[in-house]
Ligand binder design. Structure first.
Ligand SMILES: Nc1ncnc2c1ncn2[C@@H]1O[C@H](COP(=O)(O)OP(=O)(O)OP(=O)(O)O)[C@@H](O)[C@H]1O
Length: 245
């Protein structure tokens, strides 16, 4: 039975004369890892921002657990239970890794932890999931790029979201960091968090996602199981051009 937790209906976003996203319907099922793919400029980041509540659509609606959140301020959307990695401000470089994650714990989903002690506990739990517990006291600036991405995930996780939206978390990572990040995303999902990921690395998407939505020129062209979507002629043509093969 379908159990839709986050849903965008007829979402359209225009920037002046450019239609970045055009009448897209996307229904995120509870517990899944949903991938958003498409070539450069297809509208992935724009759609991501619309469903994360960071950007307001020109037309269409966004609902979380059946409630309309279209015009709610971005912060209210986090409180409701949707967190996006890049929605959380960049790490405070001079603050410790733990303090950075405590910011997420304080501003997240209700009921929020009461007091510094509980926020620290919630932050340590998120750091443990993200393999950063032993770096808790280090300044954020001392982390590698991979470490900084995991810190961003930990901060989002500390808000205790029902839906975690990840925007190109694998970009710039080396193969070891990529594998570790994929394991991390699976572990977070197995703990019960629904995940939406925008990703350029199609090999990673194929192995990670339970379902994929493909966008081309602002429109959803196909959705379904990874193998079927990645083999779809419209998707292959959009990535490789009309004269491939
Ligand atoms: N704030 C903005 N103002 C004007 N145009 C924008 C804005 N954001 C995105 N666009 C345009 O909207 C279209 C879709 O962009 P978007 O970033 O959503 O695509 P994308 O699929 O995420 O691309 P990429 O893979 O390159 O990140 C592009 O033509 C882009 O130039």
């Amino acid at each position: 039975m379908s159990d839709v937790v986050l849903e965008g209906t007829a979402l359209t976003k225009r920037f002046g004369g450019l239609v970045a996203v055009s009448e897209v319907h996307v229904a995120v099922q509870r517990g899944e890892i949903l991938g958003l793919i498409g070539p450069n400029g297809a509208g992935k980041s724009t759609l991501f921002r619309l469903i994360a509540g960071i950007m307001k659509p020109t037309a269409g609606r966004v609902a979380f657990r059946g409630r309309d959140i279209t015009n709610r301020p971005a912060h209210d959307v986090v409180v409701a239970g949707v967190a996006a990695t890049h929605q959380i401000v960049r790490p405070f470089r001079e603050m410790s890794v733990l303090e950075n994650v405590m910011v997420g714990a304080f501003f997240g989903h209700r009921p929020r932890p009461r007091g510094v002690h509980r926020a620290r506990e919630a932050a340590m739990e998120a750091l443990t999931v993200c393999d950063l517990a032993d770096r808790a006291a280090s300044p954020a600036r001392a982390l590698t790029l991979g470490g900084q991405k995991w810190l961003e995930v930990a901060r989002a996780l500390a808000t205790r979201p029902e839906v975690l939206l990840l925007d190109e978390v694998l970009a710039g990572l080396n193969p070891t960091e990529t594998d570790r990040t994929l394991e991390l995303i699976r572990a977070i999902n197995e703990r019960g968090t629904t995940i939406v990921i925008v990703e350029h690395n199609l090999r990673a998407v194929r192995g990670l996602c339970s379902r994929i939505v493909a966008l081309v020129q602002g429109r959803k062209v196909v959705e379904g199981a990874p193998e079927a979507v990645l083999a779809d002629e419209r998707v292959v043509t959009a990535y490789l051009g009309p004269h491939h093969g």
